[in-house]
Design a protein around this ligand. Structure first.
Ligand SMILES: [Zn+2]
Length: 373
């Protein structure tokens, strides 16, 4: 994600902070300064840093548990709405997903309990009003916020941990696909309720409207839909390999072709991504439509395709299962990836459009044969 920068690395995971998170800290400090001067500003920054640490510990709960199941986490991103540990993949074994989803809230609960114990030892009276802005008792504030985070995280809606717990529990009985469909419905329903609350539909019951809630509701709604779509896609591709899906009728351009040649090829057919090959037919790069347009704008139609192509694109093997091909395509950020045989010769092209066609066909009828001989 853009607008974020690395602040450190813990156990193979980059810790990144989103710029908006810093803006939140600055805004929080500034408004506290306006109300109570330097001391209040320092207290509120200290509170946010403590909160930041708690959220990070929560995320590392997920990360450590995922690690146990052999799943690495390249980075964890801190946003104003919370932490986002980006696991390499989610295990499809429901029990593993359940444990990973629960590990974060377990850490949050442990922090809240430890603070509760500490407050009891110190003899401080417990008072939920300490959560309100401008209250000085930092320990209490952090404890109440952790409890609130715990409850919020356990709401059974994607992408909250509770949503994953619900999906994993359902998946143990119903399978991943049906479980995800149900969990996504529940999540979208939850988002709707949250959105109505944010818009003030329940103010008669003392639930005051809030813009932040509306934003979270939209986020949750989209995330639930996205999660469901991703799982549907995977299910539709079950049993297929790259060999079954790649396009085999395509145009490859030689390295010495010009962008004008690429324009002609683009307009002559449906193909939008062109493998660029050397004189021996070996892959040199991939010219995408965006790359072509950019090349035309910067260098003109007479420039060589070599100057506009993407170099070092990862390639796929024909035997690769659908799911892995999908992951590789997503990681590459490209609209297509070349398929090479064992000898390194170009044999096909896997494109996003291509995948969309396959999914439409699969949905039209499970028994329509797609496999190639
Ligand atoms: Zn979590």
């Amino acid at each position: 994600m853009q607008w974020s920068f690395r602040v450190g690395r813990i156990g193979g995971t980059d810790v990144k902070i989103h710029l908006t998170f810093l803006l939140l800290v600055a805004w929080y400090a500034w408004s506290a300064y306006g109300e109570g001067g330097t001391h209040a500003a320092l207290v509120s920054v200290a509170f946010l840093l403590a909160l930041f640490t708690c959220v990070l510990l929560h995320e590392f709960g997920h990360i450590r548990m995922a690690r146990r199941f052999g799943v690495r986490t390249p980075d964890v991103l801190l946003l104003p709405i919370g932490g986002l540990a980006r696991l390499e993949r989610m295990p499809e074994e429901p029990r593993q997903e359940l444990l990973i989803a629960l590990a974060g809230p377990a850490v949050t609960l442990a922090i809240a309990l430890a603070l509760f114990g500490l407050l009891r030892v110190l003899g401080a009276p417990l008072d939920p009003d300490q959560l309100a802005p401008g209250q000085p008792d930092l320990l209490q504030k952090v404890m109440w916020v952790n409890l609130a985070l715990l409850l919020f995280n356990l709401l059974p809606v994607f992408p909250m941990d509770g949503g994953r717990v619900l999906r994993a529990l359902l998946a143990m009985r119903l399978g991943l696909l049906r479980a995800t469909r149900i969990a996504a419905r529940v999540g979208q329903l939850g988002a709707l309720v949250l959105g109505l609350w944010g818009l003030g539909f329940f103010s008669a019951w003392g639930l005051s409207p809030s813009v932040v809630l509306v934003l979270i509701a939209v986020f949750v709604y989209l995330a639930a839909g996205g999660e469901a779509a991703a799982v549907e896609t995977r299910a539709a591709g079950q049993g297929l390999t790259v060999h079954d899906m790649m396009i085999t009728r395509y145009v490859a351009l030689p390295v010495h072709a010009t962008l004008q040649d690429a324009v002609d090829a683009l307009l002559a057919g449906e193909q939008r991504e062109f493998p660029i090959v050397d004189n021996w037919g070996r892959l040199e790069g991939l010219l995408t439509r965006d790359g072509l347009i950019r090349g035309l704008a910067e260098r003109g139609a007479g420039a060589s395709v070599e100057q506009a192509m993407t170099r070092g694109v990862s390639h796929l093997e024909a035997s690769l299962p659908f799911k892995d091909a999908l992951d590789r395509l997503a990681v590459s950020g490209l609209p297509a990836l070349p398929v090479l045989d064992a000898g390194g010769a170009l044999v096909g092209l896997l494109t996003r459009d291509n995948l969309a066609d396959i999914l439409l066909i699969r949905r039209a009828g499970e028994d329509v044969p797609i496999r190639r001989a």
